[in-house]
Ligand binder design. Structure first.
Ligand code: ADP
Ligand code: MG
Length: 479
């Protein structure tokens, strides 16, 4: 972006809550059932039914609020948001409007340039999800699946505090990490349990007033959020530089074309004719209940990261990466418990080798072919000098390919590190004998060839010679 313009971004994140039944009915929320098998009379909006609030959804929303230092409303109100859409048979969505359950939270994110900044959370309100229109299943018709209708959501609305696509992604990842740690959502983005609308505007740098925004709907991956916002910032700058005006509208991101396109003009709140739902009482939460939820909050990612720094001596970056994902953090700590290896070594392997292998195979850490037991076994063998770090990587790949545990691979492939001085000395002598030219160069002051000798000895030993011993023996012999 040119320095003349500043981007302003605010996100609305929809999080499906992991309750077993829906927010106002007893129907199951499980994903993937046959269409319309998990929608009861209430979800279908049949006449004469009455919604009954799921207390678990309320508890989960309060947990989220406490986790972002927000105010939990002692009294909040459900409202009807009226609009017509085929996947909304009632003709209104039950949401919260004037009195949401959560307000005034905040979250620290990584800003551009690597520093930290606080993003304000305006509110988080409880609402029901709508059904789904199925456009691909039928050739010239649209199907409606109401299984999702009535699934509890919290919609988390941020202040327009972000200034780049990267900051927005950092914020979104932190929210994702928090709801996963709280276990209030599975956070599955492919299944739509965690999705985001991005509001984007630009203004001349230094100007206080916000520019006109557009809203990009339904982004369901971190990468799409980043790409869509980046595209939209550039597009708006182009519009303004051409002397035209940004139109306030709702847009869709097309990942294939990597562009956003207009979807509809933006509704104003008035269009929804909100009013308190007469079928539902206000939600009243006593302070003791809030205190009780607070006491039961699990360790949150930020707390976990600072514990990792203190307890395991990790640097800030590693601690944060490991603490961000609950399962990764668990894997790391389990590995630490099972090995005598240095905790920083464990951290390096989890964030490095293991993480790389997982992303190549597109696997989640919970289905890693190398379990924490196996990794611990491998790292113990580096620590006790049985193998070098380099050979360890080779063994890791064998374990990944399903060839068994570190110890059995070390034995079957004869990968034990050579630490016998006599044996290494033989290799060193051989290399010096084979390379008289380089020996001459070294003796006439060309220090750099030393690395060449080390490399040759390691190669001759198939990577098994202890590198420290190779170094010191070479020094001795070349004096
Ligand atoms: P709605 O989308 O329902 O009209 P709001 O006006 O509350 O709701 O705004 C929704 C989101 O848009 C919030 O996250 C807010 O921070 C963000 N937002 C509002 N104005 C702007 C703007 N000019 N530029 C970027 N984001 C904005
Ligand atoms: Mg909106």
């Amino acid at each position: 972006m040119t320095a003349k313009w500043e981007a302003v971004i605010g996100l609305e994140i929809h999080v499906q809550l992991a309750t077993r039944s829906k927010i106002f009915s007893a129907a199951s929320t499980a994903f993937g059932a046959e269409p319309n098998t998990q929608a009861c009379a209430v979800d279908l909006g049949l006449p004469g039914v009455l919604p009954v609030l799921n207390s678990e959804a309320v508890r989960m929303a309060a947990m989220f609020g406490l986790a972002v230092n927000a105010k939990i409303a002692k009294r909040s109100v459900f409202a009807r948001k009226n609009y017509f859409y085929p996947d909304l048979p009632k003709g209104y969505q039950i949401s919260q409007y004037e009195l949401p359950i959560v307000e005034h939270g905040q979250l620290e994110v990584v800003s551009d340039g690597g520093g930290r900044k606080i993003v304000g959370i305006t509110r988080a309100h409880l609402e029901e999800d709508a059904g789904k229109s199925l456009h691909e299943e039928f050739s010239d018709q649209t199907g409606i699946d109401l299984n999702r209708a009535g699934t509890p959501l919290i919609e988390i609305v941020s202040e327009p505090d972000m200034r780049s696509a990267k900051e927005a992604v950092s914020y979104m990842k932190k929210i994702h990490s928090i709801v996963r740690h709280l276990e209030i959502s599975d956070g599955n983005m492919q299944e739509g349990s965690f999705r985001c609308d991005a509001n984007v505007s630009v203004r001349p740098a230094g100007q206080e007033a916000l520019g006109t925004r557009t809203e990009i709907k339904n982004l369901n991956s971190f990468r799409f959020v980043e790409r869509a916002i980046e595209f939209e910032i550039k597009r708006q700058i182009r519009v303004l530089e051409d002397g035209r005006e940004v139109v306030q509208e709702t847009r869709l991101y097309d990942a294939g074309e990597d562009e956003t396109r207009p979807m509809r003009s933006k509704e104003e709140a008035d269009d929804y004719r909100y009013f308190p739902d007469p079928d539902l009482l206000p939600v009243v939460i006593r302070s003791e209940v809030i205190e009780d939820i607070k006491r039961q909050l699990p360790e949150l990612p930020a707390e976990k990261a600072s514990r990792f720094r203190l307890e395991y001596g990790l640097n800030e970056q590693d601690a944060e990466i490991l603490a961000m994902n609950k399962e990764v953090a668990e894997y790391f700590e389990q590995t630490v418990r099972k090995t005598s290896a240095d905790t920083r070594r464990v951290a390096n392997w989890v964030t490095g080798e293991l993480n790389a292998a997982l992303s190549v195979d597109n696997l989640d850490i919970t289905s890693s072919p190398v379990t924490s037991d196996m990794l611990a076994g491998l790292l113990t063998r580096i620590e006790d000098g049985t193998i070098s770090g380099k050979i360890a990587k080779e063994i890791f790949r064998s374990m990944w390919a399903g060839e068994g545990e570190a110890d059995s691979i070390i034995e079957s492939k004869g990968l034990r590190q050579i630490t016998d001085t006599l044996e290494i000395e033989l290799l060193v002598d051989q290399v010096l004998l084979d390379n008289p030219v380089q020996v001459g160069q070294f003796k006439s002051g060309k220090d750099k060839v030393f690395g060449f000798f080390v490399g040759q000895v390691m190669k001759l030993s198939k990577g098994k010679a202890n590198p420290q011993q190779v170094n010191s023996l070479l020094r001795k012999k070349l004096q």
